[in-house]
Design a protein around this ligand. Structure first.
Ligand code: PEP
Length: 249
């Protein structure tokens, strides 16, 4: 059975001193977990070098929060997949709903970004999820299937090389979590779609994200198609993030 993956998304939070304190607490806490799940932290780009040094040898993988759709060149402010690779990023979030919502990222752009990451050996964590309006209109399944379809046949890559995170937009940062049954229902849809496309559907990590916390993680992670979590707010508090890791280990 594959290990669960717990990825923290720090979003635009952190600072040199705060990062150091948080990662020290995580390292110390993880030492007490007998067989920890896979763990990653997605940090703001300026802190990649600092966090790369701080997580060395800890079992915590480094992740970035976004990658450019371009390889290199005149794209002011962008960070390429090659740059992420150079700083030891193992994963990169792609198509987070905040990127789709505030930066107009389309399914096509998300697919190009995932392709760029894969080309450099950085695993994309592709985020999918419906808005509240889409859920209320009964469109959840159609929306997540469309978003997943965009990345299911990336050139020259097997679907098992990507991680998929189901993050209902209405549950992100709102304190409102999908119930385990609601989350599992969507994960089952995604797994079935993956199975139609590939013989490796079971190998794909399907993460749940949206107000996952120390209190609700165990029940969510017990669902058969939930292979881990993408954790925002609770990943900034060492005690909470450690409890979520504990529930996944
Ligand atoms: C996220 O940013 O991906 C997320 C799930 O945030 P939160 O856990 O704070 O809802």
């Amino acid at each position: 059975m594959k290990k669960k993956l717990i990825a923290g998304n720090w979003k635009m939070n952190g600072g040199l001193a705060a990062n150091e304190a948080l990662l020290k607490a995580l390292r110390d806490g993880m030492a007490a977990i007998a067989s920890p799940c896979d763990v990653a932290v997605a940090v703001p780009a300026p802190y990649l070098a600092q966090v790369q040094a701080l997580v060395a040898g800890s079992g915590i993988a480094l992740a970035a929060q976004d990658v450019s759709a371009h390889e290199q060149g005149a794209y002011t402010g962008e960070v390429s997949a090659a740059m992420l690779k150079e700083f030891g990023a193992r994963y990169v979030l792609v198509g987070h709903s905040e990127r789709r919502q505030y930066h107009g990222e389309t399914d096509a752009v998300v697919a190009i970004k995932a392709q760029r990451a894969l080309a450099l050996g950085v695993t994309p964590i592709v985020c999918v999820g419906e808005t509240l309006a889409e859920r209320d209109a009964g469109e959840t399944e159609a929306v997540v299937k469309r978003q997943l379809a965009a990345v299911i046949h990336l050139n020259g890559h097997c679907i098992s090389e990507i991680v998929v995170a189901y993050e209902p937009v209405w549950a992100i940062g709102t304190g409102r979590t999908a119930t385990p049954a609601q989350a599992q229902a969507v994960h089952a849809v995604l797994r079935a779609q993956l199975a139609l496309a590939s013989g490796h559907a079971e190998r794909v990590h399907l993460l749940y994200g949206g107000s996952m916390n120390a209190a609700n993680a165990a029940e969510l992670l017990a669902q058969p198609d939930i292979d881990g979590g993408l954790v925002g707010g609770a990943s900034l508090k060492a005690a909470d993030f450690l409890q979520i890791m504990g529930a996944a280990s």
